[in-house]
Design a protein around this ligand. Sequence first.
Ligand code: AMP
Length: 118
Amino acid sequence: MYDDTNIFAKILRGEIPCQKVDECDHTLSFNDISPQAPTHILVIPKGSYVDMADFAANGSAEEQAAFLAAIGRVAEQAGLAEGGYRIISNIGKNGHQEVPHLHMHILGGEPIGPMRAR
Ligand code: AMP
């Protein structure tokens, strides 16, 4: 069940500010407030989807295509395409998802390191 009191829903409604880097009809992208890399951008759909599983099952083909396109466009515009970067979408408790509105993290600007710290 989607909870529209989450912080990204508030950003989408304009109730709290964000550092926007990109927007289209179906997506908004902004800098993470607590960056884990020199470049750390979040891409979110404007629709109310909890996570990637919800979006895959219930997002329209147009929304899904726009989300993927936004990820590529934002990475390119941030200058990450040549050096490479990592995209991560955390899902649920084991995925350590903190904000229950689908978001893709784009991390880059330096070597991002191993996939998991052990
Ligand atoms: P996750 O653990 O995958 O749910 O990640 C949530 C991310 O949202 C974290 O990296 C936070 O730093 C980030 N975050 C939380 N509040 C804000 C905010 N107001 N503006 C931008 N990023 C935020």
